[in-house]
Design a protein around this ligand. Structure first.
Ligand SMILES: [Zn+2]
Length: 235
């Protein structure tokens, strides 16, 4: 009778090991999922990269606008020197130069306005880049800390799994094959294959057990609940 009672307890202990192993493996899976990527960091990196690219393009535009303005100013100086140093005497040619000088002055004003606008955009983009840079650094630092803590937790969990596996192997060697087979069968349909009998009730389905079943379980025989098929264990 003692042997039979031990069997129910052995199955109950095995179930505890199996449940804990399952819990640890799920925990490792969850850690792996978290380690596989950081959405916020990826987004911040993309934002930063896009802003850098836009800034490069804007600065190129600014340089082009500056060169164009330099050319215009140089041309303007040329015309003015021709107009006011007296090298041109032909009235028609002088008039044409005056017209060009007027038109150039207007174009220079417009070019300067355009350049100022580009410079404002560059300034704004630089501010944006600075803020994205800060966000990216902060997230990177946080992610490194999180990765390191997750990796440590994972290693601890792996150790625990190894320890539990070992205990499980030891437990299995002591369990009678027919009992083990029954446990495995019930466990395919019920997560809790072995349940404690408390106040005459099956703790799996809460059915009040018939007196006969209760007595058998109490006596230490391996008994299944007639309602839910779980193996009954009386502590
Ligand atoms: Zn039951």
């Amino acid at each position: 009778m003692t042997l039979v009672m031990n069997l129910a307890r052995q199955l109950y202990k095995l179930q505890q090991l199996d449940s804990e192993l399952q819990r640890q493996r799920q925990y490792i899976d969850e850690i792996d999922r978290q380690l596989s990527g950081n959405e916020a960091l990826t987004k911040a990196e993309a934002n930063l990269s896009l802003t850098k690219q836009q800034l490069t393009d804007m600065k190129k535009n600014q340089k082009n606008a500056e060169w164009k303005l330099d050319d215009m100013n140089e041309r303007s100086r040329d015309i003015n020197s021709k107009l006011y140093t007296g090298v041109v005497h032909n009235p028609k040619e002088l008039l044409s130069l005056k017209h060009e000088a007027e038109s150039l002055k207007q174009r220079i004003n417009k070019q300067e306005e355009g350049l100022l606008e580009i410079m404002g955009q560059v300034e704004e983009a630089e501010r944006q880049e600075g803020s994205y840079n800060q966000e990216f650094s902060k997230l990177t630092q946080g992610w490194q800390q999180k990765q390191s803590s997750l990796t440590q937790s994972r290693a601890e969990s792996e150790k625990e799994v190894a320890r539990l596996d070992e205990s499980r192997e030891e437990a299995l060697q002591q369990i009678e094959p027919s009992s083990l087979k029954l446990y495995q069968q019930v466990r395919t349909i019920r997560e809790q294959a072995v349940v404690i009998v408390y106040q005459g009730q099956c703790q799996g389905c809460h059915m009040v057990l018939p007196t006969g079943q209760r007595q058998k379980a109490k006596a230490g025989e391996i008994v299944q609940c007639s309602n839910c098929s779980r193996i009954l264990y009386v502590e």
